[in-house]
Write a new protein. Structure first.
Length: 370
């Protein structure tokens, strides 16, 4: 693989940062001499994770518009010209062969500056329903990579490549029994993994807290690994203890590969990266999409996996403790169905998505002068 200078723009949440890091690692595996630069914000998760991974990192001043007050939206809008100019200067200094946008509001100014400067650009859309920024950027991007086939219908009919959503390599290769022991769980009990992202998910926590008595019925050989976020940890742990249901309750799980390996069934939200991880690892899931995600994209992400039989979908408006307990019991007590769901999830997975996405900029870079 030839030389490439690649700028990767995006971030904000782990759902954008971890796929970006996975793609960067795949680029380095193909072109060890590649020069990589990440562009993000000083306040996003990327500001900590990217330098920790050993990559150069620069920031621009930009803010998101969604979910803000009118005053905050106005302030964010006024920053856009500054963010564009900062992006233009960063690109002029680094002189990338290709610019890859991986999502988050920071990608907008960088990709637009690259496109207007005549630089090749790749836009990666993770969700089944693209957001406004990516729909606009897709009109100027050299190529658009999508994580889900369903996104094609919402983007211009030009160069679209289905790559899947990149996931971290360290999620693979964890033995189930050893992973359970690492968390202090029994090796031979059916295991439920519950999480809601880096901050937890209050509605999932509340529903599980109220469902534990039904799940702890006599004869139930069930144990739970539950990442609650800081706010709800004590209340959720107390509920499991009161019901005498074996559980390990933590604010956040760093070792997600081991957590997935330990689980027979996962209960979680339906962000694009989470859905990609479930599919690539072949993990059956009960998905409860966050209802306030932009364009309701989590519901569409979940529906795509559920349609193939890899997940059960519960909308948050329908979520209640009795329904959740019933769904969990029905699946945990039916290993044949769980196995079928695991196969269906794996069939939808693209564990090589990082390599597929890395192929785009590295193939251009190998032909680029440099």
């Amino acid at each position: 693989m030839g030389f490439v200078r690649l700028c990767i723009a995006g971030g904000g949440t782990g759902g954008h940062v971890f796929p970006a890091l996975a793609t960067a690692a795949a680029v380095r595996a193909r072109a060890r001499e590649a020069a990589l630069l990440f562009v993000g914000t000083a306040t996003g998760l990327e500001a900590r994770l990217v330098p920790a991974a050993g990559y150069p990192f620069e920031t621009i001043r930009v803010r998101g518009l969604k979910g803000k007050t009118i005053t905050e939206r106005l302030a964010a809008s006024l920053l856009l010209p500054l963010a564009f100019e900062e992006s233009r200067r960063i690109l002029a200094r680094f002189a990338p062969d290709v610019v890859l946008g991986v999502g988050g509001y920071v990608a907008g100014p960088v990709l637009m500056a690259a496109a207007l400067g005549g630089r090749p650009t790749v836009l990666h859309e993770q969700n089944a329903i693209p957001g406004l920024t990516n729909r606009l950027l897709s009109r100027v991007a050299t190529a658009v990579a999508v994580g889900l086939e369903a996104a094609r219908a919402h983007l211009p009919a030009r160069r679209i490549v289905v790559t899947g959503n990149p996931i971290r390599a360290d999620l693979f290769g964890h033995p189930r029994e050893a992973s359970r022991e690492a968390f202090g769980l029994s090796r031979d009990r059916a295991t439920l993994l519950v999480f809601g992202g880096s901050q937890g998910a209050r509605r999932l926590n509340e529903a599980m807290r109220e469902a534990v008595e039904a799940l702890a019925a006599p004869g139930a050989e069930l144990q739970v690994l539950h990442a609650t976020g800081e706010r709800d940890r004590e209340a959720v742990a107390a509920a499991y203890a009161a019901a005498r249901l074996r559980a390990v309750v933590v604010p956040f799980i760093e070792a997600m590969g081991a957590a997935y390996a330990a689980a027979d069934l996962v209960i979680c939200r339906a962000g694009a990266t989470t859905v990609a991880e479930l599919a690539a690892l072949g993990k059956p899931a009960i998905l409860v999409p966050f209802p306030h995600a932009a364009n309701d994209h989590q519901r569409h992400n979940a529906a795509a996996l559920a349609a193939g039989g890899g997940a059960v979908l519960i909308l948050e408006r329908d979520l209640n403790p009795a329904l959740l307990a019933e769904r969990i019991r029905a699946l945990v007590q039916d290993p044949v169905r769980l196995a079928m769901m695991a196969r269906a999830a794996a069939a939808a997975g693209r564990p090589d998505a990082a390599e597929r996405l890395a192929d785009l900029p590295t193939s251009w870079g190998s032909a680029a002068p440099g």
